[in-house]
Design a protein around this ligand. Sequence first.
Ligand SMILES: [Ca+2]
Length: 273
Amino acid sequence: MNWVRIILLLPVFFLYLESALAADKVQEWPHYALHKETKAPISAIKVINIFPHDIDAFTQGLVYYKGYLYESTGLHGKSTLRKVDIKTGKIIKIIKLAHEYFGEGITILGNNIYQLTWLNKTGFVYDLVEFKKVRTFSYQGEGWGITTDGQYLFMSDGSSVISCIDPMTFAVVRKIIVHEGQQQIGSLNELEFIKGEIWANIFREDIIVRISPATGKVLGWVDLSLLYSLIPKNSRIDVLNGIAYDRNRDRIFVTGKLWPNIFEIKVVIKDQK
Ligand SMILES: [Ca+2]
C-alpha cells in the first residue's frame, strides 16, 4: 500500500469534505441569509387575537374546520388527534395514537381527516365526526405536513419537495420543488392552502414561506419572529409549527410545538422589493 500517496491525498479529501458540508449548508438558506438574498417580498404580521393553547401539545398539524381547530400532536406515547375550541383552548374530542406512531400533519378533505406519522410511512383516514379510523395508507419517505386544495393532498417530508397525492389511490400525481431561482428551500414542515398558495412552516425558522402550487416558486415570506415577544416568559416552548386558515372569515391561525398560545394574525407588507 502506498502510504505516501494516501498521506498526500488527505488534504484533498478534507477539502472535498469541507466543500460538501458547505454545499449542504447552502440548502439551509433561511433565515440568516434570507433578508439579503431573497428577491421575494417579506411580510410582517399584526396580531389580531391571542388564544390559549395546550402547553403539552407538540403541534405537528393544525387545520380549521367549521368553527373549530383540529390538531395533530407528536412524540411517541403523546401523539393525538384532537378537536379544539378556539376561544378557550378546551379539547372537545381527542384520540391517542398507539405508542409506535409519532403524529404529524393533518388535513380535512370531504368528511375525512387525513393524518400522517413521521417515520412509520403510514397515514390514517378518520371520519370527521367520530374520529373513527376508516382507512390506513402508505407513502414513501417521512411524513411531515399535509394540506389540500379541495381536490388533492399535498405532503411535505422535511425536504424541499411537496408531493401532490391522489386522495383515493394515494399515488403521487406530481412533485413540487420549492425554490427561489436556483435555490431550493428545504425543511418544509406544516402546510396550509391559503388563497391559492401553499404556506409552509420551515423547521427551526421563524418564517413561513408562500409557495406557488403550480411551479413551486417562492412567492414571498411571512416573518413570525414578533410572536416570541408575546409569549409569557419562561414558557417551555419548542419551534413554530402550525398554520390553519378560516377561508370564510379570512382568519389565519399560527402556533408552535408546546406553545401556550395560538395567534390569529394578519399579514402586512414590511419589505416590498
Ligand atoms: Ca395546516
